[in-house]
Design a protein around this ligand. Structure first.
Ligand code: FAD
Length: 321
């Protein structure tokens, strides 16, 4: 299975309900920039015959391979990607650093005995990968070994999505399928199916344990609503049952990169911060002036969230009126 001579970049363009997710389009756009610098091309892979291939082409893919179905388990998608990589022999396979991408990437690299880097925030045309480790506290620059394809998951928000309607590309139906599937999707429960588009959100208002109660957490939801944003949360807020797990931001939740992140009653633990440090502008509200969330905030308000949030909500309502 191993090969050491390959060219072009393969990107798994993950989709949801037939639409490529933003982080996948960011990955295709970055791959297109790198491929162009080396006189190569981007070969994207989408799952599901109804998936929007046109947008993947406008993001920079010159070939889009259509295989399987969108709802396949990660295990099956990984096996199909392996077969397509064997056929097209790319020098690299990239995908968005979503929970699914992070399951697929190591499974692909293990087959080829090639390197795999996760949470990539930078890639150079000559193959230097910058990635985050230790919960985002350390940036590593690394090169991978000689076995190809190099596999990487790209951290959402690290690269710009560059759509160009004038781009053209070829759509190719592939009949590759998985050989041995040990995973069976028995049921998709609502909790998992709930779509909270945190990764794509431009504004996120997040609440932590400092919100104090489910009733108070409703202030976070109201502020998010009046600001046209999405609700995020820390793990304790979820464990308290104030909001569903789909809203969790952080190491074991979603990695987000909105333009504005408002952290309400959040201490700033590294497991939370590693998921939101890529935000454009961070506002923190905490009654403890020494809370470590202020170390990463662009603006801080020291005070009680139950007093400050109602004022912010009223102010936003006035501005909208
Ligand atoms: P706390 O740390 O309890 O902070 C509450 C803050 O609210 C305090 O700073 C306090 O001063 C402030 N406060 C209290 N009352 C008020 C008030 N009235 N007004 C204003 N401020 C007030 N956490 C995540 O969030 N996401 C993850 O993905 C995640 N993954 C984890 C994975 C692992 C393996 C482990 C071990 C932990 C993980 N955690 C995660 C938990 C993480 O370590 C922290 O415990 C958590 O982020 C703290 O949440 P918090 O800030 O809401 O609560």
């Amino acid at each position: 299975m191993k090969y050491t001579d390959g060219k072009n970049i393969m990107v798994y363009a993950q989709s949801a309900d037939g639409a490529p997710v933003g982080a996948a389009l960011e990955t295709v756009s970055k791959a297109a920039e790198l491929a162009k610098a080396n006189g190569e091309e981007v070969i994207a892979v989408v799952f599901g015959k109804d998936t929007d291939t046109k947008t993947v082409i406008t993001a920079g893919a010159s070939k889009v391979l259509v295989a399987g179905e969108e709802g396949l388990p990660a295990e099956e998608k990984a096996q199909i990607l392996v077969k397509l990589a064997e056929k097209y022999q790319p020098k690299a396979v990239y995908m968005a650093g979503t929970p699914e991408g992070k399951m697929i990437a190591p499974a692909v690299s293990a087959v080829f005995e090639s390197g795999c880097v996760t949470d990539v925030t930078g890639i150079t045309a000559d193959g230097v990968y910058t990635s985050l480790s230790y919960n985002g506290n350390v940036l590593n620059d690394m090169k991978m070994g000689e076995n190809l394809p190099h596999v990487a998951t790209v951290r959402s928000g690290s690269f710009a999505k560059k759509l160009d309607e004038s781009r053209t590309g070829e759509v190719i139906a592939e009949d590759a399928s998985a050989d041995t599937v040990r995973t069976k999707v028995v049921e998709t429960v609502k909790e998992i199916a709930e779509t909270v588009n945190l990764e794509e959100a431009q504004i996120i208002v997040s609440g932590g344990r400092g919100m104090g109660s489910k009733e108070n957490f409703a202030l976070v939801e109201e502020l998010a609503e009046v600001m046209g944003g999405v609700v995020g949360a820390t793990r304790p807020a979820i464990e308290e049952g104030w909001v569903s797990r789909a809203h969790q931001v952080g190491q074991s939740g979603k990695i987000v990169a909105p333009k504005l992140y408002i952290a309400c009653g959040i201490s700033g633990a590294t497991q939370h911060v590693s998921g939101m440090i890529g935000s454009g502008y961070i506002v923190a509200i905490n009654k403890d002036e020494d809370a470590s969330i202020f170390d990463v905030a662009d603006a801080g308000i020291v005070g009680d969230v139950t007093k400050i949030l109602p004022v912010m909500i009223e102010e936003m309502k006035k501005r909208k009126a």
